[in-house]
Design a protein around this ligand. Structure first.
Ligand SMILES: Cc1cc2nc3c(=O)[nH]c(=O)nc-3n(C[C@H](O)[C@H](O)[C@H](O)COP(=O)(O)OP(=O)(O)OC[C@H]3O[C@@H](n4cnc5c(N)ncnc54)[C@H](O)[C@@H]3O)c2cc1C
Length: 464
């Protein structure tokens, strides 16, 4: 990044080059567009809204010429600060590049611009008998460009994998202003280094994605959900293990501890049986007969694992309520506990219950309440450390508890981020997790694609 740009000198130049209707400079817009779901507010110089790839290329040349850095932005739902922009940075907001350019049932492929909402592609696919499986809980509000840049996971990863598994190709503008056309629409390719996979999850630090080619599947004809309540906190994890041990592979296996279950139920007006220690939400798919048979088998496994109540949701309306409850958890926890730190630890599957218990114990030792929910199928849990902001000692204790929980996770051979990425918030954890030699190579890759340090500087990869 060239040193010492005048934060305001290039605002006028941007308006001149891109037009006033494509550049936001008002203080309230700048503040809004500088923040993501990590809820730390900053103040970018301006935000540019490209309509097409040529605008993105022009912005990269402007950044090199005028000496500003660029923060790519989808919908700003990242909880790690990866879409956060500071003074002297320019946000490139992809929300206007939101067209589905091609949807081919024959090729099982979609070509989209990065600002398309994940939920919009899912809906369009459904109408055409197709299926885009990656399903972050934020699917209705997050963009495909953001999903790809973070390597988003989600609710169906246990059976169908994550966003990374569905990216066949992309166009990306890199640091010298050239456009790389990577991958293609064939479902398999082993020609050359796999740069598509390198860009997935790179958090906008290597270039700006302008187009994505995504793999689709035929839509499963039917789905059914079942929810089980357990008295103890480990019950939900035991239930997930019992289902997999019987050779069943549901498309979702979502766990919530007792307090989270109450928050979720409240959000959609569902009754919660008394004395719930944990809940497991399971969804199966396939043809109607397979679903009916699998729900029976799942229910038997859950009861054997100690569930004291199970509820089935077979119609789309019934299932929708359960999933709305699940999707409301993040905002519900925030409403209940405005002061919280949320982590998304991943551990080897077999260690899940033990690791979560150890993390809760690490919190309890420091007087910090720890709430957990998330993707039990792939052992990627959202672990929330909640605190009273009025308590002057709380922040320090929470920091300590988060670090101890990360230690637990790493000791089990896990990862400090299963799906949200590193951003700004987890640089320290990433430094502890990554092999120092690998980290040096990562620094080299960053310099190769972005020699001037224009794209999302100081994020995702801790400095060596
Ligand atoms: C309620 C809630 C539930 C969530 N549930 C999940 C979940 O289940 N699974 C999960 O993985 N995450 C989840 N998240 C986190 C978040 O939604 C994801 O990380 C999502 O992929 C971010 O998408 P976005 O469009 O909001 O991107 P942003 O937050 O705007 O950006 C995220 C990253 O992508 C980069 N980026 C965006 N567009 C481009 C582009 N065109 N080119 C290059 N880089 C780009 C940004 O610079 C940033 O580094 C959740 C968040 C919330 C608030």
């Amino acid at each position: 990044m060239p040193a010492g740009p005048d934060p305001f000198a290039f605002r006028g130049v941007l308006v001149e080059r891109f037009g006033a209707d494509r550049v936001a400079t008002a203080p309230e817009d700048r503040r809004l567009l500088s923040a993501d779901a990590s809820r730390r507010y900053s103040d970018c110089v301006a935000a540019v809204f490209p309509d097409r790839e040529e605008d993105v290329v022009a912005l990269v040349f402007a950044a090199k010429e005028l000496g500003f850095s660029i923060v790519p932005r989808g919908a700003g739902t990242s909880p790690t600060g990866s879409a956060e922009a500071g003074p002297s940075q320019v946000v490139v907001d992809f929300s206007r590049m939101n067209r589905i350019l091609d949807l081919s049932a024959r090729d099982l492929v979609a070509i989209v611009e990065p600002g398309v909402l994940c939920g919009a592609l899912q809906e369009r696919c459904e109408k055409e008998g197709l299926f885009y499986p990656p399903d972050p809980a934020s699917s209705r509000v997050s963009t495909l460009g953001g999903n790809v840049a973070t390597g988003a996971g989600g609710l169906r990863a246990v059976k169908y994998g994550v966003t990374r598994d569905y990216v066949l190709g992309m166009r990306v503008v890199v640091g010298d202003g050239s456009v790389l056309d990577l991958g293609g629409r064939s479902l398999k390719s082993v020609v050359g280094y796999d740069l598509v996979r390198l860009f997935v999850g790179s958090e906008g630090t290597l270039g700006l994605t302008t187009r994505l080619t995504l793999k689709l599947l035929p839509k499963p004809p039917s789905a059914a959900a079942i929810e089980a309540s357990f008295r103890d906190e480990a019950g939900a994890y035991r239930g997930a293990d019992a289902i997999l041990a019987r050779g069943l592979l549901p498309r979702a296996l979502e766990a919530m501890d007792g307090e989270i279950s109450a928050i979720a139920a409240r959000a959609v007006g569902l009754d919660l049986p008394a004395g719930v220690g944990s809940k497991l939400l399971v969804e199966v798919d396939g043809d109607e007969e397979t679903c009916a048979r699998d729900v029976d088998r799942v229910e038997a496994a859950l009861v054997d694992a100690g569930a004291f109540e199970t509820r089935r949701a077979v119609s789309p309306a019934e299932r929708d309520i359960l999933w709305r409850a699940r999707r409301s958890v993040s905002s519900g926890v925030y409403r209940a506990y405005p002061a919280k730190t949320s982590e998304d630890f991943g551990v080897p599957r077999g260690s899940l219950a033990e690791a979560i218990a150890a993390m809760k114990e690490a919190g309890a030792k420091r007087g910090v309440k720890v709430l957990a929910y998330g993707h039990a199928g792939d052992a990627n849990l959202h672990v929330n450390f909640v605190y009273d902001p009025a308590d002057p000692t709380a922040k320090e204790r929470v920091r300590d508890a988060v670090r101890a929980a990360a230690d637990v996770c790493l000791a089990f051979g896990g990862t400090t981020s299963g799906e949200h990425g590193v951003g700004l918030k987890k640089l320290d954890a990433a430094r502890r997790e990554l092999d120092p030699a690998a980290l040096r190579y990562m620094g080299g890759i960053k310099r190769l694609f972005d020699p001037a340090g224009i794209f999302n500087p100081k994020k995702a990869i801790p400095p060596t």
